[in-house]
Design a binder for this molecule. Sequence first.
Ligand code: ZN
Ligand code: ZN
Length: 657
Amino acid sequence: MIQITLPDGAVREYESGVTALDVARSISEGLARKVLAAEVNGDVWDAFRPIETDSHLKLLTWDDKGGKSTFWHSSAHLMAEALQSIFPDTKFAIGPPVENGFYYDIDLGDAKLTEADLAQIEAKMKELAKTGSVYSRKSVPKAEAIAYFTDKQDPYKVELLEGLQDGQITFYTQGDFTDLCRGPHIPSTAPIKAIKLTNIAGAYWRGDEKNKMLTRIYGITFPKQQELDEYLHLLEEAKKRDHRKLGKELGLFTFSEKVGAGLPMWLPKGAMLRERLQRFLQEKQLEIGYLPVVTPHIGHKDLYVTSGHWDKYGKDSFRPITTPHEGEEFLLKPMNCPHHCEIYKSSPRSYKDLPLRLAEFGTVYRYEQSGELHGLTRVRGFTQDDAHLFCRPEQVKEEFKKVIELVIFVLNTLDFGEFTAQISLRDQNDRSKYIGSEQNWEIAEQAIIEAAGEMNLKTVTEYGEAAFYGPKLDFMVKDALGRSWQLGTIQVDYNLPERFELEYIDSDNSRKRPVMIHRAPFGSVERFVAVLLEHCAGKLPLWLVPDQVAILPVSEKYEAYARQVADQLRKSEVRPFIDDRNEKIGKKIREAELNKFPYMLVVGEKEADSGTVSVRKQGGTDEGVKTIVDFAAEVKTLVTTQMQGKPANISSGTEAA
Ligand SMILES: [Zn+2]
Ligand SMILES: [Zn+2]
């Protein structure tokens, strides 16, 4: 008999060789039908694989990340089976699950796949799935495995096998298809009910451009048709909201191959938007006791040797910059923390000086492979809304609470009403990989849990997700399409104060180490703007939008009056834009709508004579005729309300003042 410990702590006895499916069945048949895989002592396993020793067991369903990825990985095998039956000469390379779905890289010889082929493969997959073939696992000696794929004339599998050690080779078979695979897989093809092959791309074998270009087929599958329909709808919506597309349309930022991939350049409207975001946070931070600092974009290599970054990330970073004569080496700054540690050290600190909160919108540079770059979300140069809080160990909780409050304020002001936070703590079993004293970790972990609790934050706790240098709290926002994004982060750090030998003199005159907290409510300005744009589909909150008001003269005759209106609005801190093209007023209104101006002011003879404007809100509501003063006051009130951190309505143009 063996003991199986379930996630709720319950311990059940089974005969050795019991499977996760058996365990599920012993609980309920309904549960067993939903089980896709299982986590056995932390590793994801086939639900049908015998368990032979006392184990911790978690049953995985579609609602678990591990369940989904097993489902998608199994779907990749199903697609391969379909391909093999339609194109018997196909050679198979690799077919892993990805964040949304799966792919398989295949070699079709000279054949080229078309959209019509995808439909045919999809149909075949559905037909095969219906048979409900089981996925079976078999360990085979390496020589036998190589013989199998040599016989099948599949050079890619043979090459993969040659790189493996004997004794760890497993085959998985469903229907007529056998694959070299570590697994795990779902019990059978039956739950794969809805299938969509989404894309064909090229991919080099083993990601190396010296190798052959293979065909990559992407797909996604679901247990229910409705889930697939919803996913495809979301995909369409996401395309419309792509921040790269919106950034171009709204004139916010651009990229140039000459400047370099992954290095965004902010156009005037985007630069002003950034400045507004920056000023918003800076003012709030000044109010709550942060002190601004400015540090250079490069730092001596020794700085990063001391911080440990050079050892850990050096080989994957931009190469050092050398000086012509003295042989010095500098690095592009990959993070601001080491600079801030040196600022801390620039003067003796007493317990009375703490917490010391140093804040900087610091631009950092990190090397990313060119294939990984994506709009503003994956870049090589970005600006963090960084701050480092140096405090006494007993101040950690209070500081955490203040940062949580700030993050909530920021997210509310930007209309991210729905967010959760993940508390990342140490691995419960293995504590050898963490630096810092047991006592300090206890204090910090407890402080985070309590701070989050006292701030009524919705949290999930993940063990083993802490950084090696300290526990952390990450904020996840849900955007308008229900997608999750990780934005702000708060991290405790015992490592850098140690490495930089930071100290303060305590009340009893003894020397102590401060605790360091890294925090960034936006994460990075680039990423934040990207997420915000996609969240609000380009309809930025009124306080943030580059041009709040489009002034539309009905003809050339009223341009002078339009300029007068604009001047007056600017004096009242309202940001106007004049459309003085020789176009019909109807067209100007339509385009102002498309360009997402929150307000449109139509000015003609009547308005010019009476010193008024005709106000339209985005979305077409007519607000009637108002004096310029009244209109400006209305906009200002709305902006002030929004900036007080009250949940703002995204398309503020449709919300009355
Ligand atoms: Zn597999
Ligand atoms: Zn930092």
